[in-house]
Design a protein. Structure first.
Length: 169
């Protein structure tokens, strides 16, 4: 801020660079934590109610399978199994651990969170593709134009004089 304040408004005399974690990486980590929590909650529910899946109303209320997560989000099963839940997530899980109804509600909440993370991930993928496409349009190869200009100068007999003038300097 001190450096920025050295210049008057409207002057662009400085550069600003910020380094941060990739949004894709953050979303992946959130998905990993979420998938880990879902697995933990599934185990807790199964211990209390072996037929718990009957209480999940539809397929849209089920999380993605491990294979779907691994394939779509470049996440391994080891990453999910070795994930560490945040303190708040652990507290939520522990608070519901002995009550089947609370566990089912937590499970549904985790699935909704997973859907939101998947949506964020897909938006970020689209954003990156759009940025890559825009960057590709900014890259232009001017070699053919330069070649044609030099060729035209040579054919006009001017190039030899330009080279001689440059050598004499």
């Amino acid at each position: 801020m001190q450096r920025i304040s050295q210049y008057e408004d409207g002057d662009i005399e400085y550069n600003l660079l910020s380094l941060c974690m990739s949004p894709m990486k953050e979303i992946q980590e959130s998905l990993i934590e979420n998938a880990h929590l879902i697995l933990d909650v599934e185990k807790s529910i199964a211990a209390l109610m072996p037929d718990w899946k009957l209480f999940v109303q539809s397929q849209s209320n089920l999380p993605m399978t491990m294979d779907e997560i691994k394939g779509l989000f470049d996440i391994s099963a080891d990453q999910i199994n070795n994930a560490h839940a945040s303190e708040s997530a652990r507290q939520r899980s522990e608070a519901a651990s002995s009550d089947p109804e609370k566990l089912l509600n937590l499970y549904k909440d985790l699935i909704l969170e997973q859907k939101a993370f998947r949506s964020e991930y897909m938006q970020e993928v689209g954003s990156i593709a759009q940025e890559d496409e825009l960057a590709a349009t900014r890259k232009q190869d001017h070699t053919p134009l330069v070649y044609m200009a030099i060729k035209a100068l040579a054919e006009a007999g001017v190039l030899k004089d330009i080279v001689l003038d440059l050598r004499s300097d």
